[in-house]
Design a protein around this ligand. Structure first.
Ligand SMILES: [Cu+2]
Length: 176
């Protein structure tokens, strides 16, 4: 835990800084095939599911940027597993699912992580310092606004979501 806390400020910076400071690893020359190899390892059984969105919020844009981070907590209320395949946000060019990783020299970086599984063993959490949604090309949003979007699940299909724009995380759900 001490480890986690020590790196928290770095994570916060990394979340905002990375679009202008891409990871040291160059993108694969063929992004499609490279991504496919990394991401298509997650598969979940087809079944009926229902999704509960327990928290959804987005940071105001840092000054002069058109990139910001958004966070969600989703849980299954029906079914055993599902896969969050993509996120769309109204007005944004695109949204990527990102995670943080430690490089060999101890620097936190982030990169796209692809579809994420949610099971009946606990919520799928996107939170500062961990998984996050990277929102590109959205016109600047201000504190107190709400932004609509959709979460796209393999089994549950399209789930509407409303992000509260706020600088600080909301209170955490009881079963976070
Ligand atoms: Cu990111």
């Amino acid at each position: 835990m001490r480890y986690y806390l020590a790196f928290f400020p770095v994570l916060a910076l990394a979340a905002c800084g990375a679009p202008e400071n891409p990871p040291a690893d160059p993108p694969p020359s063929s992004p499609q095939s490279g991504m496919a190899a990394m991401e298509n390892t997650v598969s979940v059984a087809g079944q009926q599911t229902a999704i509960d969105v327990r928290a959804a919020w987005m940071r105001p844009h840092p000054a002069g940027r058109d990139v910001t981070a958004a966070y969600i907590v989703v849980a299954l209320t029906e079914g055993a597993e599902d896969l969050l395949q993509a996120v769309q946000i109204e007005g944004a060019d695109r949204v990527e699912l990102h995670g943080h990783f430690m490089t060999e020299d101890g620097v936190m970086q982030m990169r796209e992580i692809g579809p994420q599984r949610v099971g009946d063993d606990g919520p799928l959490v996107f939170t500062p310092g961990g998984r996050h949604l990277m929102v590109f090309g959205l016109p600047a949003v201000t504190e107190g606004a709400t932004v609509s979007g959709t979460l796209i699940f393999q089994n549950a299909g399209v789930v509407p979501v409303s992000f509260d724009v706020r600088s600080m995380p909301p209170g955490l759900p009881a079963d976070y």
